[in-house]
Design a protein around this ligand. Sequence first.
Ligand code: KMH
Ligand code: ZN
Length: 271
Amino acid sequence: MEKLIITVALTGAEVTREHTPYLPITPDEIAQSAFECWKAGAAIVHVHARNADGTPTQDKEIYRQIIEKTNELCPVIVQVSTGGAVWMTPEERLQPVTLRPEMATLTTGTVNFGDDVFMNAPKDLETFAQTMQEHGVRPEFEVFEVGMITNAMRLVKKGLATEPLHFDFVMGVPGAIPGTPENLLHLIKQLPAGASWSVAGVGRSQLPLSTMAILLGGHVRVGFEDNIYYTKGVLAESNAQFVERIVRLANELGREVATPDEVRKMLGLPL
Ligand code: KMH
Ligand code: ZN
């Protein structure tokens, strides 16, 4: 089986310090959390920027600081968000891609997102994919619903994304695909041959879906963006704590963990 890619979604756009006091917010805090996660075994960090007051932003300069500070501390792969927050315009969301990060997320469809709608119109998907291609940025397709795999493949057919293809199933967002084992198996079956996948289980689905991914040859995303609880009612005190648990599970289950450079080879990123 391929080595396990561990991604950590460090901050997200929705979680606040009221939810958990351990959330990294400033570029220094995010870079420090990235470093701790890399030390624990993570190969990719998925980052969202925040303003000093904690509100989400897609400001290019804040992303630049996060990337530079993280690169100074460790060789982890930095994946910027183009999802941003639900009220942001597509233009606003695309800003960090122009920094030419190694990777960026690309959500391939519109979906209910709690009480909101996460808008990703067909023409915007093309613009996002094309901008990533122009800047040499590898997309990770974020799949919140099964039809989003078909939409991603439409981009591939149009030449707007190329192999190797990497998908992340975000499961358990209220309003989107529930985080059940049956749904994960169904999503995997829809993938094109040769594609790799990870799963980001939201809330209590994180641990069971991560374990399934380790067993099935997929990859794992953990972190405060998706889940703030280590166990029921007990807050995790760092993102690294989640990574450490996945590494322990992988060791127990006989799955080796990939380094950032090994992941660069697997995902076709320049070394
Ligand atoms: N914050 C969500 C609305 C991504 O980063 O690409 C979208 C999101 C996806 O977090
Ligand atoms: Zn995100």
